[in-house]
Design a protein around this ligand. Structure first.
Ligand code: AMP
Length: 213
């Protein structure tokens, strides 16, 4: 039986790119709390209207709001998940265990990276609104500018929070809250550290090795 996979890493460390590969080739379902929240904003739901300003500043949405949204979108009986962007602090790590996974097997993979280089990576990040494919104008551009290589869609987004001052705040928020999460999983022997500075394919192979164990 496959274990759920929790990806932890700074914004822009490559979690989303690796998650798409695992979904395509290894049968996981991807759950990104950032994507779920952005979908609420697009729908202009009550939650979406409440969280927009918080997200635009790069701050964290409240633990309870994110947890409820997650609970409403998961089916643990049917699917094996890759958690991307959750948990982001110790309280969320505890809720994930107690209220969502409830004893299901999982492994946590930590994408270790120096966050100073990530600002440039994120200002150049673009995402396909239709299929979620991620591009970087410098290192991984679309073959035809403005058109997704994967699905041909033309809704290529520059996220509102991928702007320099907001990115810097998101890095601070991440760095301030993540250490207790790492300690928590490490103390349960559930943490595998990977260098996210490695090339995408190398990282991919290492992750496949970890999830197959
Ligand atoms: P991401 O797409 O993971 O970079 O998340 C974008 C933004 O969504 C973050 O800067 C937060 O404002 C919000 N967000 C995403 N996941 C969480 C979470 N687990 N807890 C609180 N806020 C979150």
């Amino acid at each position: 039986m496959k274990r759920h996979v929790i990806l932890i890493g700074a914004p822009g460390s490559g979690k989303g790119t690796q998650a798409s590969f695992l979904v395509k080739n290894h049968g996981y379902k991807h759950v990104s709390t950032g994507d779920l929240l952005r979908a609420e904003i697009s729908k202009k739901s009550v939650l979406g209207l409440e969280v927009k300003a918080v997200m635009d500043k790069g701050e964290l949405v409240s633990d309870e709001q994110v947890l409820k949204l997650l609970e409403a979108n998961l089916n643990l009986e049917k699917n094996v998940y890759i958690f991307d962007g959750y948990p982001r602090n110790l309280a969320q790590a505890q809720s994930l265990g107690d209220r969502i996974l409830k004893g299901s097997e999982f492994i946590t993979i930590y994408f270790e990276i120096d966050t100073t280089g990530l600002v440039a990576r994120l200002t150049n990040r673009r995402t396909c609104k239709d299929c979620g494919a991620i591009y970087n104008l410098l290192s991984q551009p679309m073959k035809v500018n403005g058109q997704c290589d994967n699905c041909g869609g033309k809704n290529i987004l520059h996220r509102d929070d991928d702007k320099e001052d907001v990115i810097k705040n998101r890095m601070n928020v991440y760095n301030n809250a993540i250490q207790p999460v790492l300690d928590f999983y490490n103390s349960k022997s559930k943490l595998v550290r990977l260098s996210a500075e490695s090339p995408i394919e190398e990282l991919r192979e290492k992750i496949v090795g970890i999830i197959s164990n």
